[in-house]
Design a protein around this ligand. Structure first.
Ligand SMILES: [Zn+2]
Length: 164
């Protein structure tokens, strides 16, 4: 099990290579994903992968070009939670099972949606989640946690129902 989880995390991190962004704050493409400006560019003397931003011409290593959370996040947990939500589990149930807040689960979905391609690949390949289920998953992000068929706690004065 532990090995599977490590494998999942590693797979996601590999796929996230595509979402690498330029760490140069002066660069027009700073922090932007999917612009195609980052290419692999040899290795450092220490043998670490080096990258080049074709927009600003600066080189950097993997650690610098990767947002901190991408390195530190336990993707196994996130992917498991996403798979469960995609297959119809309410985020509330996942939060309870993992002893975390519902907001955390929703934030994971939000965060994962920024790397939809990588996440979809893992979910389709490792968890047999279907394309339709993926669309349902991302609809959470669009609807800010609202989903058809799942009732959220009613916020006073928000729904308008029953107000004079
Ligand atoms: Zn750049």
């Amino acid at each position: 099990m532990v090995r599977d989880r490590e494998q999942t995390t590693r797979q996601v991190q590999q796929l996230l290579e595509k979402d690498r962004t330029c760490p140069n704050e002066a660069c027009p493409d700073f922090g932007k994903t999917k612009t195609g400006n980052i290419i692999k560019y040899g290795h450092t003397d220490g043998g670490r992968q080096r990258y080049l931003c074709r927009t600003c011409g600066k080189t950097f290593t993997a650690t610098r070009g990767t947002p901190f959370y991408l390195l530190k996040t336990n993707w196994a947990d996130i992917i498991e939670a996403l798979a469960a939500v995609a297959m119809g589990a309410p985020p509330e149930a996942i939060a309870e099972a993992k002893k975390i807040k519902v907001e955390t689960v929703l934030r994971w979905i939000q965060r994962a949606s920024e790397h939809a391609e990588a996440v979809e690949e893992i979910l389709l390949r490792n968890f047999r989640v279907t394309r339709v289920e993926l669309d349902e998953l991302w609809s959470y992000v669009k609807n800010k946690g609202e989903k058809k068929g799942i009732r959220k706690p009613t916020k006073p004065g928000h729904s308008g129902v029953g107000e004079p």
